[in-house]
Design a protein around this ligand. Structure first.
Ligand code: GLY
Length: 248
């Protein structure tokens, strides 16, 4: 069993060069304080403080680069997004798993922070030019809150109406990503387990969290619920009773 704190590390690869693309921390359990059943992810934030520059460099040196070298040696150079699920204990990263994709909902926070440059980076990876590019990082934070259909991760009711999304800001600071929605006779409805991602950036994680929950609070959808404590590992537990939480 691996002990420590779990975090996600994203690396873009072009078969020769590996470019760290960002870090994030997911919230897998359905309930506040990481309680209840596992889900695909109820919220995320980026960067993950536990993945400091030093820990990232250690992960590149001991885990990511050796993996890529061995894949090349076997004639299977890896080109794409490498998502390393790491457990970090006392500054030591250990690998739990690799995925070859962006995470959900980690992608939402990474995209908010990277903005349009991500297209150039992905194109450079596809064309084997990652050694010519670099990531322009802002000193910012992003946080996303998943709005899920009641019952998730078990059986959920679909078709429940979602109101209040029309006037919400769509900017590089606040964005509502649709995951499981549909239009039914012109009305926006839930069409899956994880339905919406209320996502925001800020100069601090607290500011990003306040802006993300402002989006959540503007949505009128009694059929949906969310966790009220996204970011708690970095910001501390949330005390007040959650209005949109599902009892676990
Ligand atoms: N959020 C976890 C995953 O995408 O696998």
């Amino acid at each position: 069993m691996l002990q420590g704190e779990e975090a996600s590390f994203f690396v873009l690869c072009d078969g020769k060069t590996a470019l760290p693309l960002g870090t994030a921390q997911d919230h897998k359990r359905v309930g506040e304080g990481d309680t209840g059943p596992n889900t695909g992810g109820m919220g995320a934030y980026s960067p993950a403080p536990v993945l400091s520059e030093a820990v990232q460099e250690r992960a590149m040196e001991r885990i990511v680069r050796p993996t890529l070298r061995e894949m090349s040696r076997r004639g299977m150079p890896f080109q794409g997004v490498l998502y390393a699920g790491l457990m970090i204990e006392n500054g030591e990263p250990r690998l739990i798993e690799y995925n070859v994709r962006f995470g959900d909902p980690e992608a939402q926070v990474l995209m908010m922070r990277l903005g349009g440059q991500v297209l150039d980076l992905i194109q450079a990876a596809a064309e084997g030019r990652l050694d010519e590019v670099s990531v322009a990082w802002a000193d910012d934070h992003a946080l996303t809150v998943v709005l899920a259909a009641r019952g998730y991760p078990g059986r959920v009711e679909t078709g429940v109406p979602i109101r209040g999304t029309e006037g919400l800001p769509r900017s590089s600071v606040q964005m509502l990503f649709h995951a499981g929605t549909a239009l039914q006779d012109g009305t926006l409805v839930a069409a899956g387990g994880r339905v919406l991602n209320a996502t925001a950036r800020g100069t601090t994680l607290q500011e990003a969290r306040d802006r993300a929950y402002a989006l959540v609070d503007a949505i009128d959808a009694p059929g949906l619920f969310c966790r009220r404590d996204i970011g708690w590992r970095a910001l501390g537990p949330v005390q007040d009773a959650p209005a949109t939480s599902q009892p676990t």
